[in-house]
Design a protein around this ligand. Structure first.
Ligand SMILES: NC(=O)c1ccc[n+]([C@@H]2O[C@H](COP(=O)([O-])OP(=O)(O)OC[C@H]3O[C@@H](n4cnc5c(N)ncnc54)[C@H](OP(=O)(O)O)[C@@H]3O)[C@@H](O)[C@H]2O)c1
Length: 330
């Protein structure tokens, strides 16, 4: 999956999903976007930078502030930007996988945002927790999840997600953190096919196999942690993030760009959609100044090769029942 060299990408570029809805390629992430900052950054993104795609989740506990930012931007645009111009994604949290909880969960998100519908609703992880409201991440000593919900299947959850499209609460439905075998399980029973799989994807985890598979089954991939600006305790970002990789820094310098811009452009030229997060106004602007330069095949290839020497998956929670400790094998 890569874009056609003749396709001119802009901030308005959208991919057509398999259900014919359209999703802007570049969005804004909101995980760990703090209260007090996220409302303003969403407002700025929509009103002054041209972002139309905002990625959220019930788990992030900031849907209400994001909603405030959206409303304020629409109001201040004085009718120039409309709700239907925006593409808002949010996610079903693991403790709401029981089919009878799924409608409650989307209605709770809608209430938080004060919106009538969500553009894209994703199953956040392919793992069901019991619906213990007061504790979302309670773990056993071996780090496995204490409240794993035995017997709740992803296919039952998917059928409940499909009902939300019928009820017009959401326009499109999709997946997040699903492996090929799990996507197959859904496709095999789906009345409405998943349009998106949102996964960790960046130069140190380029997901080549899943990209080929997604293309085959007509699922759009959205890269999360697209800048991989992460570290574990006792690590320094300078050692772990591709933002500080010398090859990327060299390409950036040669084009008078930042590493973040080079990485964002790499995702776009691979035909990916992506949702870099920032609460810093200057970075918000920087991250969307990526439509007036092009990476050559050689530069794309140099970045593609980085995974071989720097393979790294940052998010691999230990949430399965005893015996299956991590969600992903690598
Ligand atoms: N589906 C899932 O399970 C899942 C998991 C993780 C993330 N996500 C989604 O994906 C979004 C993006 O992932 P992420 O937030 O983990 O990582 P990311 O977007 O790769 O990186 C965000 C980090 O990079 C910094 N940053 C942003 N722009 C920068 C720039 N131009 N130069 C240097 N640093 C920059 C941000 O700092 P400041 O904010 O301080 O500027 C923040 O610390 C999330 O916000 C969330 O919406 C989904």
């Amino acid at each position: 999956m890569s874009i056609d060299e003749d396709e001119i990408l802009t901030m308005d570029s959208r991919v057509i999903l398999s259900d014919k809805n359209q999703m802007p390629r570049l969005g804004l992430g909101t995980w760990r976007s703090e209260p007090g900052k996220v409302e303003n950054i969403v407002f700025e993104a929509i009103l002054n930078c041209g972002y139309r795609h905002i990625d959220c989740a019930w788990l992030y506990k900031n849907e209400n502030e994001v909603g405030n930012g959206i409303r304020k931007a629409l109001e201040q645009s004085q009718g120039k930007i409309k709700r239907e111009d925006l593409f808002i994604t949010t996610k079903l949290w693991n403790q709401h996988h029981q089919p009878e909880d799924v409608e409650w969960a989307i209605r709770d998100s809608l209430k938080n945002f004060q919106l009538d519908y969500i553009d894209l609703y994703l199953i956040h992880w392919p793992v069901a927790f019991k619906n213990i409201k007061e504790n979302q991440w309670s773990q056993n000593q071996d780090k496995t999840i204490r409240y794993y919900a035995e017997g709740v299947t992803i296919t039952d959850t998917w059928k409940a997600m499909e009902n939300l499209v019928d009820f017009k609460l959401v326009r499109s439905i999709g997946l997040s953190n699903f492996k090929q075998s799990e996507i197959d399980e859904i496709i095999n029973i789906a009345r409405i096919k998943p349009v998106v799989n949102q996964i960790e994807l960046h130069p140190y985890l380029n997901q080549q196999e899943l990209r080929l598979y997604a293309k085959k089954v007509n699922i759009i991939l959205t890269s999360y942690c697209p800048l991989a600006n992460l570290k574990r305790p006792n690590e320094r970002e300078e050692e772990t993030s591709p933002l500080y990789n010398p090859i990327i820094e060299k390409i950036a310098k040669s084009k008078n760009r930042t590493s973040a811009q080079i990485i964002i452009r790499w995702h776009l030229q691979h035909g990916l959609t992506l949702i870099p997060k920032t609460v810093t106004p200057q970075r918000l602007y920087e991250n969307c100044q990526v439509f007036d330069f092009y990476l050559s095949d050689n530069e794309m290839n140099q970045i593609d090769q980085l995974e071989k020497t720097h393979h790294r998956r940052f998010l691999n929670p230990q949430v399965l029942p005893p015996g299956n400790k991590y969600i992903f094998d690598d």
